[in-house]
Ligand binder design. Structure first.
Ligand code: FES
Length: 99
């Protein structure tokens, strides 16, 4: 069993923050994507500022410990597929990943 996996989406508002860079919209898209796939709503969590907004919008996947930076709307299905749908998800401790 793959266990609990969650996607944390930074949607922090404010000038130069992820929310302003599209994070708020991404949060909505992630929630729609998990709903469409019949995954639990708790799979997507609104994240607070992780002090990486210079690379924002940022998305973090637990427990894979994978960060995605400069995430675009078209990346959402792929991130959900990769981390929430596939069994035997990868352990990527300490890695920063880009699409
Ligand atoms: S606002 Fe997203 S990392 Fe700071």
């Amino acid at each position: 069993m793959p266990g609990l996996r969650q996607i944390f989406v930074c949607a922090t508002p404010g000038e130069g923050r992820c929310g302003e860079k599209g994070g708020a919209h991404l949060l909505k898209l992630f929630r729609e994507e998990v709903s469409r796939r019949g995954l639990p709503p708790s799979s997507v969590v609104r994240n607070g500022c992780a002090r990486r907004h210079h690379e924002g919008p940022v998305v973090f996947v637990f427990p894979d410990d994978v960060w995605y930076t400069r995430v675009r709307p078209e990346d959402v299905p792929r991130i959900v597929e990769r981390h929430l749908v596939r069994d035997g998800a990868r352990e990527r401790a300490g890695r920063i990943s880009s699409l």
